[in-house]
Design a protein. Sequence first.
Length: 94
Amino acid sequence: MSEAFVNPLAPNGPSVISSARSIKSWAREVLTLPDEAVVSVSELACHVPGCPPKETVILVMQGAGTIQVSIHKAMKDVTEDDLAHAFSAAFKPD
């Protein structure tokens, strides 16, 4: 029982945190969000056939409404342009 706990986030810890902060900041800028809006950023494994192995999910919670967008890239690879495109696609009428 001398095995040490291995944190799966540790190898990329600082870059994941930095990437999440950047994405949150970009979301606030792109959507012109007030301070009370909550922005959550998560990186998930994608299990859908043909989907890239990682996806970044951004949730914006404001008042009674929630907006969710997914970008099929690892969090560290997401750009401000990716985010702007994802949100503009989310607001396009069907």
